[in-house]
Design a protein around this ligand. Sequence first.
Ligand code: ACO
Length: 285
Amino acid sequence: MAEAAMGGYPEHARVTGDGSDASTISAAAPAGVGLRFEVDGEIATVTLDRPDKRNAQTFATWSALARIGETLPEQVRVVVVRGEGPSFSAGIDLRMFTPEGVPGQESFASAAALADTEFEQRIAEAQKGFLWLRRPEIVSIAAVQGHAIGAGFQLALACDLRVVADDVKFCMKEPALGLVPDLTGTKPLADIVGVPRAIEMCLTARTVGAAEAVRLGLAEIAVPASELAQAVEDLAAALLGTDRAAAAATKRLLQAAPGRTLEEQAAAERAEQVVRIRALFGANG
Ligand code: ACO
């Protein structure tokens, strides 16, 4: 998928802080994809960087996101996903709906000719760009201003936490375009807002603003647009104040909690705590 767009190395990729391998970072964010990737100590920042096209996403964007996930430096504990310009992301690049598609990449028209398994494999590869943001070892924060439409909304939903500007406009537009949201967004959306509200939001393709997003739990906090970066920085700093191993173990527990019975969850808590207390107080701790 999108191999033609995956060649080359980044013009913007930059590594600051300690201990990162510049060649790893370079390979993760190819030039021309419209993504920037920066590591500063324990914080990595992924920036959608095609503001003139409202950070519209293509197969190449998702491949590059997946590569970032695969090559994320081990020291990283917080990943911030943000968008340059007035909008976080206007979703999928609408050129993918045209017969010509995005140069060097598959269009929907060409993908539609694939066999089912191959077609689903293409979608699975795109989903890889989103799924790594849930890893227990990291906390991912979406910093969202302006429009977050379709794939943009799903990218924000792929993150553990959302900090939004007061001008945010979430919209799940896929059904209005004859598609389903398939970039891993339906589960977090339904988990957060509940199935009835998710049906209402997706099937009307209406816009959800900042106040409603906070009320529904779609955003942890809404701030004036000028304070978005600082609010994200403050949250990242607070998250980094917690012990690394305890944070990962606690995230593992919380992620699994909705799918477990109380007894199962209590057993999982015991198992994680044995490891923690041995690490802190055991003979080899
Ligand atoms: N794909 C490709 N180009 C886009 C996209 C997109 N999704 N969204 C915006 N652009 C481009 C515009 O074509 C325009 O390019 P141009 O300057 O070369 O003409 C530029 O970005 C700026 O767009 P405007 O519409 O002028 O910006 P504005 O801030 O007024 O509006 C908005 C932003 C509301 C996001 C509007 O651009 C829009 O509705 N975009 C399409 C949204 C959409 O339907 N996305 C698909 C969702 S479904 C999915 O993601 C699977």
